[in-house]
Design a protein. Structure first.
Length: 247
């Protein structure tokens, strides 16, 4: 495991020089750059007890591969939190996985989104004893993760025994709705020269409602998506990989 007094993995993108507002967990990091500290602030802000994206299992070919996928996933999260001195918040992430072969095996993002939105209506009261968290709310009830067979294979094949995995996951935005206006404008007014995108899940708009993100960015995205404007600034249309590097 990582030594919290040593420089961390390169994907964090921040300096480890002493800060005027050091993190109480790792004083070599600014508290404003610490995702672990941000989780603390988020829980306090919303009056919540737990955090983390809900994970939808959409592949059922191998239970052993699925178990290894989750182990790798959790190990990456532990690695990130250990560097931040934030292993104490790991227990408040229940790592919720929703599994149903009949409903989710090979399911589209649209099917997962519909189920997630229905789940999120009652989940805050059931899990937290409170609401979702006011305007914007916790990312837990606005976004979810889907792992299909391609995601699973990327996680297993991309884990070479190091700290960072090359795997990716799908991050689905619950509030997204298809917008047919661009297609209508493109058809009715070709002079505007609106860009045409490949059909993905029946959608030719730029924003298709889900993003392809690196598995190792799970924690960074959870914190970044507390800002409702981040989706617009950080989103890249699949197959491109969205990133938090801009924040």
């Amino acid at each position: 495991m990582a030594d919290p007094n040593q420089a961390g993995p390169p994907h964090y993108g921040f300096s480890i020089r002493p800060r005027t507002s050091p993190s109480p967990r790792n004083p070599r990091i600014s508290t404003h750059s610490s995702d672990a500290d941000e989780i603390d602030r988020m829980l306090a802000k919303y009056g919540h007890k737990i955090w983390g994206f809900v994970i939808y299992r959409s592949t059922y070919a191998s239970d052993s591969d699925w178990a290894e996928c989750l182990r790798t996933f959790r190990s990456e999260l532990e690695f990130d939190l250990e560097f931040l001195g934030g292993l104490d918040i790991l227990d408040s992430n229940p790592f919720t996985v929703l599994e149903d072969r009949d409903l989710f095996d090979g399911a589209s993002a649209a099917v997962v989104r519909d189920h997630f939105n229905a789940w999120a209506l009652a989940a805050p009261e059931r899990e937290q004893g409170t609401g979702a968290g006011g305007w914007g709310g916790s990312p837990r009830y606005n976004f979810c993760v889907q792992i299909d067979e391609r995601c699973l294979r990327s996680i297993l094949d991309g884990n070479h025994g190091g700290a960072q995995s090359e795997g990716f996951i799908k991050l689905i935005r619950g509030s997204w709705q298809p917008d047919p206006r661009a297609d209508r404008l493109r058809a009715s007014d070709p002079v505007q020269n609106l860009p045409a995108y490949d059909d993905v899940d029946g959608c030719t708009a730029y924003d298709i409602g889900w993003a392809k993100i690196r598995q190792e960015k799970y924690l960074a995205f959870f914190c970044a998506l507390q800002n409702q404007n981040f989706w617009q600034s950080g989103y890249k249309r699949p197959p491109l990989v969205s990133s938090t590097d801009a924040i």
